[in-house]
Structure formats: structure tokens, C-alpha cells
Design a protein around this ligand. Structure first.
Ligand SMILES: Nc1ncnc2c1ncn2[C@@H]1O[C@H](COP(=O)(O)OP(=O)(O)O)[C@@H](O)[C@H]1O
Ligand SMILES: [Mg+2]
Length: 210
């Protein structure tokens, strides 16, 4: 499904070198690592937002960064949950979700909004929601698109333990029901049981952790 081959990237100094990673349909993986180790950068590279200095990313065997189809892949097949979720802060939760659904030609899934426990605050302005509610809106906004791969950067970062487990459960179920894959960046080791594999980004390399 998605394959990274020999990825290296540097900003002011080398972040990581010669990283290989392969993920199949329905697989769920996590990348853990200390703050500043480059997890978000690697996720941006895998999810089509940052071309690596070296190496290639293949999606369905096609070089992602030279694909003529990149816009459609982003719009219809990739779903990205950002660490800082970039919701439209002057719009309601529903308007944020509707905008995403509209772009991907999809209907709003009200059952999903109920499961995420945001149905009762759906008409509230984003600014009036708690951090946890905003995070769940940002997850709803991605799932309504029905993506084939979800890239999630600390998706449970603003949630307490019970809510974090609940959100991971929803993401896992989504993948199972839609044959989708999940690549999550997290520093929360307690979530490890949700994943088929866990990698650690350390000393510029990606190593199997579980
Ligand atoms: N666009 C950028 N320009 C320069 N340096 C950056 C940029 N993005 C990230 N960095 C640096 O790269 C390092 C890794 O960042 P990041 O990928 O966000 O790590 P993590 O998500 O593991 O905390 C940090 O030192 C950060 O300051
Ligand atoms: Mg990060």
C-alpha cells in the first residue's frame, strides 16, 4: 500500500537516514520516539506534505512525489490528523466537518459523530470547545472523507486515558470496516496494544520496538 525506501532528511542537522518502512492495507502501525526525534517530519514525508531530501515514497507502487494524481490521492485516499489540528476556528464543528466531506464528495456520517461524542456540540463554534472536543472534531473531519490511509500525529495528545483509548478504538474499528491502514505517531507507549507493529525513531534510525 505505502512504502518508504531509503528516506533521509535534514533541516539544520540530519534528522534521520536510510529509513525503510512498508505498510499494507488494514495494517496499523505506530512510530514512537522522543520529542524532537523527527516523528512529525517523517509523518509529513509519508503523507505527501514534505518531499524528503533523499529516498522515495511509493503509494500503490507509484512514486508519490512525482504522481500526477497527487491532488486526488490527498483529497480522496489520505486522511491526515495533525498534531495542531488546524480547524477553522471561527466556524462551527459541523461546518468544519462538512467542508471536508464536501471536498471528498462524501456524506456526513452522524453515527460516527455520536461515537466520537461530538453530536451534542456540533453547532458550537470551534473556539468554544475543549481541547479534547476539538481533537475529536479533527478526527471526525478526517474519517468522513473515508480515507484509505490515516496518518495521525499524536491523535490522543489532548485526551485523558479513557478518551485516548476510546479514540484509538474508533480509529481501529474504522480501519477494520474500511480496509484502511493507520500510521500513528505517538509518545504514549500505553497505546501500543492497538497496533500491529510499533517502531521507534532513535539515533536517526527506525527500529522495530514491538
Ligand atoms: N520546517 C522546519 N524547519 C527547520 N527545522 C525544523 C522544521 N520542522 C521541524 N524542524 C526541526 O526538526 C526537529 C524534529 O522535529 P519534529 O519532526 O517535529 O519532531 P517530533 O515530532 O519527533 O517532536 C526539531 O528539532 C525541529 O525543530
Ligand atoms: Mg511531533
Amino acid at each position: 500500500m505505502l512504502e518508504a525506501v531509503n528516506i533521509s532528511h535534514a533541516f539544520d542537522y540530519p534528522l534521520f537516514e536510510n529509513i525503510d518502512l512498508k505498510i499494507k492495507a488494514k495494517e496499523k502501525i505506530a512510530i514512537i520516539g522522543k520529542s524532537g526525534s523527527g516523528k512529525s517530519t517523517l509523518l509529513h514525508i509519508l503523507s505527501s506534505f514534505l518531499k524528503p531530501n533523499k529516498g522515495k515514497v511509493f503509494y500503490k507502487n507509484e512514486d508519490l512525489y512525482s504522481s500526477k494524481n497527487l491532488i486526488n490521492i490527498r483529497r480522496y485516499e489520505f486522511g491526515i490528523i495533525f498534531q495542531f489540528h488546524y480547524l477553522f476556528s471561527t466556524f462551527s464543528a459541523l461546518e468544519n466537518i462538512q467542508a471536508a466531506a464536501l471536498l471528498a464528495n462524501k456524506e456526513i456520517d452522524w453515527e460516527l459523530l455520536r461515537r466520537l461524542d461530538i453530536d451534542k456540540v456540533i453547532n458550537q463554534n470551534i473556539q468554544t470547545l475543549s481541547g479534547g472536543q476539538q481533537q475529536r472534531v479533527s478526527i471526525a473531519r478526517v474519517l468522513v472523507k473515508k480515507p484509505k490511509i490515516i496518518f495521525a500525529d499524536e491523535p490522543t495528545g489532548n485526551l485523558d486515558k479513557a478518551n485516548a483509548n476510546e479514540v484509538m478504538q474508533i480509529l481501529s474499528e474504522y480501519c477494520k470496516e474500511n480496509n484502511a491502514s493507520l500510521i500513528t505517531v505517538t509518545h504514549d507507549m500505553e497505546l501500543a496494544s492497538f497496533f500491529d507493529r510499533v517502531y521507534e525513531l532513535k539515533d536517526k534510525r527506525l527500529k522495530i520496538w514491538k
